[in-house]
Design a binder for this molecule. Structure first.
Ligand code: FES
Length: 149
């Protein structure tokens, strides 16, 4: 077991009721839930890996892949939805060759959809790391998010 996991587990007793906070801590540290960490959580809490995986997949907050250097969160809240968020998301998926929750092979971009990010007057919009990208047109996606190769 690596040091990071040991550090996380040291704050818990190993009871099965602690699975969710443990998973949250793991995601805070790694940015996602690595496969080996899920196995260690199962061992630590005395439940099956399938159970841990079932808990993790139930909650949308958990990621199973690392984030790219540029993490794109496309807003699909009401204002963005009526302004074409689905078309923006489709265009991004086609352009980057990945689906929601995935990361590009070169680790440059990762993609997910989120609820309202509080910039409704700029719809359709997205957050890229900490910055808002506003009024995204599907036809401009390849210019806004250039691929390296
Ligand atoms: S609905 Fe997209 S920012 Fe509010």
């Amino acid at each position: 077991m690596d040091k990071k996991l040991k550090g996380i587990f040291s704050g818990y007793t190993g009871h099965a009721s602690e699975i969710i906070p443990i998973l949250q801590d793991i995601q805070d540290v790694y940015g996602y839930l690595p496969e080996h960490a899920l196995e260690e959580v199962a061992g630590f809490t005395g439940v099956s890996k399938t159970h841990v995986y079932g808990v993790a997949t139930f909650y949308a907050q958990f990621r199973f892949k690392p984030k790219g250097r540029k993490h794109i969160m496309v807003c699909t809240g009401t204002a963005c939805h009526v302004s074409g968020a689905e078309q923006v998301l489709d265009a991004l998926e086609r352009h980057l060759g990945i689906g929601e929750g995935d990361v590009t092979e070169d680790m440059e971009y990762s993609l997910e959809s989120v609820g309202c990010i509080g910039c409704c007057s700029l719809a359709p919009c997205a957050m890229v790391n900490d910055e808002v990208v506003s009024r995204i047109k599907p036809s401009r996606v390849s210019k806004i998010f250039p691929k390296k190769s």
